[in-house]
Design a protein. Structure first.
Length: 311
């Protein structure tokens, strides 16, 4: 057994989160990867990984060995790169988790363009508004929108996300256009909500209105539904411009209280490890940076003051 190959197999299992993902990255069979790790444990005389049917996790000995093995492999790879000028071609399956509405509207072109540059990379794009556990669920990258809390994950800022309050011309003609935040308590608000991983409902509200307890409210975990409801005159919706900009440009929706627009949140590419990052992941992170423009292309029509009007 080649000690370096066994060490690389072990480190890749840890960074990729499973034997099957590691096998794909290394272009080996899962059985061979498992054999490499088992032989390594036999040679060292310690268990490095706890294995269950759902996940693998490091033992105490495995944690220490992983840290040292990473440094050794980094040194070997750096030496190989310096001496041979070798740049691996990205290949394998790249598993991406992304929010539903954003992916439906803005990721098809991204994936197409990325694969034109890296044709050996297979994309597995899974749409989910739930905050996935990228390690436990086997994702290489997750796109997330919001203000990220500190964690062990690495987050790359991709684009600012503007949030705007909007309503249809018909709704505003019937119910009046709010001129100050206090006026919102007299209006019907279309709530965006989603279910966190622990089952707790999280609801986003703008400017803390007093109408949340009124009967006949509308809640949904999908922004496209709320924008369509706003277009039909159902009420006011606070939604990101990547969803609402088309309706605003066409006049189906009108921006309300633009001077009180909330601070933008962010679109982030989140991944688990900075060291020994698979080349397919590194190339995707580099590719998506700046891809949508600054400001993002969906915001450019909103810079026209004529789109911010009152009834």
């Amino acid at each position: 057994m080649d000690r370096i190959d066994a060490m690389r197999a072990f480190v890749t299992v840890v960074t990729e989160g499973s034997f099957s993902n590691a096998a794909t990255t290394l272009q080996l069979s899962p059985q061979l990867v498992s054999k490499y790790v088992s032989k390594l444990e036999e040679r060292l005389g310690v268990r490095l990984l706890n294995r269950t049917t759902r996940r693998v996790s490091l033992t105490e000995a495995g944690t220490h060995y992983f840290q040292h093995a990473q440094q050794i492999l980094l040194s070997i790879d750096a030496m190989d790169s310096q001496l041979g000028g070798l740049q691996q071609t990205p290949k394998g399956t790249l598993r991406i988790s992304a929010p539903v509405s954003f992916a439906l509207k803005h990721m098809a072109r991204l994936v197409t363009d990325f694969q034109l540059h890296y044709p050996l990379v297979t994309i597995d794009l899974q749409l989910n508004d739930r905050k996935v556990d990228i390690v436990d669920e086997g994702f290489d990258v997750a796109l997330r929108i919001g203000r990220l809390k500190s964690s062990s994950l690495i987050a790359k800022h991709v684009a600012p996300i503007r949030l705007i309050l909007c309503a249809s011309p018909e709704y505003l003609k019937k119910h009046g256009t709010p001129s100050r935040p206090e006026d919102l308590k007299e209006h019907r608000y279309l709530h965006y909500s989603y279910m966190e991983m622990d089952g707790k409902e999280v609801t986003y509200q703008w400017l803390r209105t007093k109408n949340s307890e009124r009967s006949g409210q509308f809640h949904s975990n999908n922004g496209d539904v709320l924008v369509e409801a706003a277009i039909t005159g159902a009420g006011l919706a606070l939604q990101p411009t990547f969803i609402a900009s088309e309706a605003i440009s066409s006049g189906k929706l009108i921006v309300v209280l633009p001077e009180f627009e909330p601070e933008p949140v962010g679109l982030y590419a989140v991944y688990a490890h900075r060291k020994l990052l698979p080349n397919k992941v590194r190339c995707f992170i580099d590719f998506i940076e700046g891809y949508y423009g600054s400001p993002p292309y969906w915001d450019k029509p909103l810079n026209d003051d004529r789109l911010v009007t009152s009834i």
